[in-house]
Design a protein. Structure first.
Length: 94
Protein backbone atom coordinates (compact mmCIF):
# COMPACT_ATOMS: atom_id res chain seq x y z
CA UNK A 1 0.00 0.00 0.00
CA UNK A 2 1.37 3.43 -0.87
CA UNK A 3 1.70 6.38 1.49
CA UNK A 4 -1.24 8.09 -0.24
CA UNK A 5 -3.42 5.01 0.26
CA UNK A 6 -2.37 4.84 3.92
CA UNK A 7 -3.25 8.50 4.43
CA UNK A 8 -6.63 8.03 2.74
CA UNK A 9 -7.37 4.95 4.86
CA UNK A 10 -6.45 6.80 8.07
CA UNK A 11 -8.56 9.76 7.03
CA UNK A 12 -11.55 7.46 6.45
CA UNK A 13 -11.10 5.75 9.84
CA UNK A 14 -10.96 9.19 11.49
CA UNK A 15 -14.07 10.39 9.65
CA UNK A 16 -16.03 7.24 10.54
CA UNK A 17 -14.82 7.26 14.16
CA UNK A 18 -15.79 10.89 14.65
CA UNK A 19 -19.18 10.26 13.05
CA UNK A 20 -19.91 7.24 15.28
CA UNK A 21 -18.87 9.21 18.37
CA UNK A 22 -21.02 12.22 17.50
CA UNK A 23 -24.12 10.21 16.49
CA UNK A 24 -24.09 7.28 18.92
CA UNK A 25 -21.81 7.86 21.89
CA UNK A 26 -21.17 11.51 22.73
CA UNK A 27 -24.26 12.32 24.78
CA UNK A 28 -24.12 9.10 26.80
CA UNK A 29 -20.36 9.07 27.45
CA UNK A 30 -19.96 12.77 28.23
CA UNK A 31 -22.51 12.36 31.00
CA UNK A 32 -20.68 9.50 32.70
CA UNK A 33 -17.05 9.18 31.54
CA UNK A 34 -15.71 12.68 30.91
CA UNK A 35 -11.97 12.78 30.03
CA UNK A 36 -11.61 8.99 29.78
CA UNK A 37 -10.62 7.48 26.45
CA UNK A 38 -12.95 5.66 24.10
CA UNK A 39 -11.69 3.28 21.42
CA UNK A 40 -14.16 2.81 18.57
CA UNK A 41 -14.09 -0.03 16.03
CA UNK A 42 -15.30 1.74 12.91
CA UNK A 43 -16.25 -1.51 11.16
CA UNK A 44 -18.87 -2.65 13.69
CA UNK A 45 -19.49 0.50 15.79
CA UNK A 46 -18.47 -1.21 19.04
CA UNK A 47 -16.42 0.63 21.64
CA UNK A 48 -14.44 0.20 24.84
CA UNK A 49 -13.30 2.65 27.50
CA UNK A 50 -9.93 3.02 29.18
CA UNK A 51 -7.75 5.39 31.14
CA UNK A 52 -4.97 5.23 28.53
CA UNK A 53 -4.78 4.67 24.78
CA UNK A 54 -3.38 1.21 25.40
CA UNK A 55 -6.08 0.28 27.93
CA UNK A 56 -8.90 1.35 25.63
CA UNK A 57 -7.53 -0.25 22.46
CA UNK A 58 -6.52 -3.48 24.22
CA UNK A 59 -9.98 -3.76 25.81
CA UNK A 60 -11.67 -3.29 22.43
CA UNK A 61 -9.42 -5.86 20.76
CA UNK A 62 -10.02 -8.37 23.58
CA UNK A 63 -13.80 -7.90 23.52
CA UNK A 64 -14.38 -7.72 19.77
CA UNK A 65 -11.23 -8.87 17.96
CA UNK A 66 -11.02 -5.43 16.35
CA UNK A 67 -8.29 -4.87 13.77
CA UNK A 68 -5.94 -2.14 15.10
CA UNK A 69 -6.14 -0.38 11.72
CA UNK A 70 -9.87 0.16 12.23
CA UNK A 71 -9.72 1.64 15.74
CA UNK A 72 -10.25 5.36 16.34
CA UNK A 73 -9.50 6.77 19.80
CA UNK A 74 -10.92 9.94 21.34
CA UNK A 75 -10.76 11.59 24.76
CA UNK A 76 -14.35 12.02 25.90
CA UNK A 77 -15.36 15.68 26.07
CA UNK A 78 -11.99 16.97 24.80
CA UNK A 79 -10.64 18.14 21.47
CA UNK A 80 -7.45 16.06 21.64
CA UNK A 81 -6.29 12.78 23.14
CA UNK A 82 -3.02 14.33 24.38
CA UNK A 83 -1.95 17.88 25.09
CA UNK A 84 1.72 18.84 25.00
CA UNK A 85 3.20 21.67 26.96
CA UNK A 86 6.75 23.02 26.95
CA UNK A 87 8.61 22.63 30.24
CA UNK A 88 10.21 26.01 29.63
CA UNK A 89 8.98 28.96 31.61
CA UNK A 90 8.48 32.35 30.11
CA UNK A 91 11.32 34.76 30.84
CA UNK A 92 10.48 38.12 32.30
CA UNK A 93 11.84 41.09 30.33
CA UNK A 94 12.87 44.27 32.03
Amino acid sequence: MSTIDDAQALSEVARCGDEIYEQDLKEKLEATDLERLVAIDVTNRKFALGDSVLDASDALQRETGADPENIWILRIGCEAVHYFRSPRTRLETS
